[in-house]
Design a protein around this ligand. Structure first.
Ligand code: PEP
Length: 247
């Protein structure tokens, strides 16, 4: 079981130190923890987390390997600074920055080349949900992102997150029955694309009061937590709601 905090574009040096200190002082939780900090703070976080059980991740990565790409951050740089994970294809990038499945696929490849474990985000919009297109959308996102990887599939580490766009930052988490249904679907789809079990995280307004029911579902291996990850008490309450499982 893995709980990942996505800090998004929040925090500053002083508040990051406080937040990480509170997580570190809390000691063991029944699951693994990771936090994905803004690029500019990754080095500070890496230093503070050094030697601890909490892993570090980034929120995005360039599709380019290196070179004249002003403002971009490469996968090799993220690995160099101590990242283990990188979020790829978050809906805030797909929607707000027009990231296509092809771009997401290129970013996944860069992450793998650098030895990072990408957390591939998938999810349908509110309209797609009401039109009953969730499965069609998720299938296209998975196939678009993972097209042609079978040759190297044994080598790649991958986590997939189901994050319904309508549940992100809205306070409206998906119901446990919907999450289980969608995760079961993702599990079946992924089994056709990759030769091994891919951990599946749920994300979208996960809070201490909704976490236990979501994390107890048979096809949920953890959570991707936005807003609640900015508060150590809430993030730890979610982590403590998790049972041990193989993610
Ligand atoms: C997210 O952005 O990945 C997320 C899950 O956000 P929130 O928990 O705030 O809905």
């Amino acid at each position: 079981m893995l709980i990942v905090g996505n800090w998004k574009m929040n925090g500053d040096r002083a508040s990051n130190v406080q937040l990480l200190r509170a997580l570190l002082e809390a000691g063991e939780t029944p699951c693994s923890l990771a936090i994905c900090a803004p690029h500019v703070y990754l080095a500070d976080c890496a230093a503070q987390l050094h030697g601890s059980a909490i892993s570090l991740g980034a929120q995005d990565v360039s599709q380019h390997e290196r070179g004249a790409y002003t403002g971009e951050v490469s996968a090799a740089m993220l690995a160099d600074i101590g990242c283990r994970y990188v979020i790829v294809g978050h809906s805030e990038r797909r929607v707000g920055h027009h990231e296509s499945d092809a771009l997401v696929a290129a970013k996944l490849r860069r992450a793998w080349e650098a030895g990072l474990t990408p957390i591939l985000c998938t999810g349908e919009t509110r309209d797609e949900y009401y039109e009953g297109r969730t499965q069609v959308v998720l299938r296209a996102q998975l196939r678009g992102a993972l097209a042609g990887i079978s040759a190297t599939a044994d080598a790649v580490a991958l986590i997939v997150a189901y994050e319904p766009v309508w549940a992100i930052g809205t306070g409206l988490a998906a119901t446990p029955s919907l999450v289980q249904e969608v995760h079961q679907f993702l599990r079946r789809e992924l089994a056709q694309l990759l030769p091994r079990r891919v951990p599946l995280l749920y994300g979208g307004s996960m809070k201490p009061d909704t976490a236990a029911a979501l994390l107890a579902l048979p096809d949920v291996d953890g959570g991707l937590v936005g807003g609640a990850s900015l508060n150590a008490r809430e993030f730890l309450a979610i982590a403590n709601a998790a049972k041990q499982s193989p993610a």
